[in-house]
Ligand binder design. Structure first.
Ligand SMILES: N[C@@H](CCC(=O)N[C@@H](CS)C(=O)NCC(=O)O)C(=O)O
Length: 244
């Protein structure tokens, strides 16, 4: 199996975590942003990663990848069997992929796009030097594209910040009463929420070496630090430590 990824992407992290959790052998294929569209569209409908390639099959999207892996490798199951729990679990995953995942990407890109060497490290971390040079040459165009697609405007970033905080607090209410989002058992809902927060809490167990890179700006560092005492940030780090 092969997993097409951007190394730092939280959706890619979610898919990779499931593969690792279930001890499934696979190869990670890091693809170049920009030209990734051609690579990904050779296999799948949209241009987004993660995409899992298994023989002739291409599965796109982190949740569909989990569904596929749960069916093919039922050991170490991450999806509740009980119908009510199943519904709640998938609903948390779907909602938080958007309310935490989409919003944190928007908030961070709004600040990080002014730091090309940091962005280059995130996208090209395991690539050969010549690809890093190509990335730098493409960056002015990529920056505009990323801004237009994910950041949009200062007003939208302010809205994203409010939505993100609200979603984080909702997760906080659940985990105040119990160790995992569905009670006493680790499920794909926990794995998804912790993955969505990986960009914020920078866990050391993550496949991408956050620690090798100093956060490029005091303002961004302050943003990360302002969340470190949030119970959900602490919980996410704990989930990483126990299950990643
Ligand atoms: N809902 C999707 C979201 C995937 C996604 O947004 N991927 C981004 C990277 S974080 C991407 O590939 N962007 C480039 C593109 O869409 O062409 C999932 O869960 O996999």
């Amino acid at each position: 199996m092969k997993l097409l990824v951007f190394p730092h992407s939280h959706y890619c992290e979610k898919a990779r975590w499931v593969l690792d959790y279930k001890n499934i052998p696979y190869e990670t294929v890091t693809i170049m942003p920009g030209t990734h569209m051609f690579t990904v569209r050779r296999h799948a409908k949209n241009s987004s990663v993660p995409v899992l390639l298994d023989g002739d099959m291409a599965i796109q999207g982190s949740s569909d990848i989990i569904n596929y892996l749960e069916e093919k490798f039922p050991d170490k199951c991450l999806t509740p069997k009980d119908p009510a729990q199943f519904k709640t679990c998938l609903s948390i995953e779907e909602q938080m992929d958007k309310r935490l995942g989409v919003n944190i990407r928007q908030i961070l890109y709004a600040k990080l796009l002014d730091y090309p060497s940091y962005i280059r490290f995130c996208f090209t971390y395991p690539m050969p030097e010549y690809k890093k040079v190509i990335f730098s040459a493409m960056y002015p165009v990529l920056k505009k594209k990323i801004y237009k697609t994910y950041v949009k405007s200062d007003e939208k970033v302010a809205e994203a910040q409010l939505e993100f905080d609200e979603a984080l607090d909702e997760v906080g209410v659940i985990i105040r009463k119990q160790p995992y989002l569905l009670g006493d058992t680790f499920t794909r809902a926990d794995l998804s929420v912790a993955s969505m927060l990986s960009l914020l809490v920078l866990p050391k167990e993550h496949a991408f070496p956050w620690g090798e890179r100093v956060i490029p700006d005091a303002d961004i560092k302050a943003l990360h630090e302002s969340y470190l005492d949030h119970p959900v940030a602490k919980w996410a780090l704990d989930i990483y430590q126990k299950h990643r």
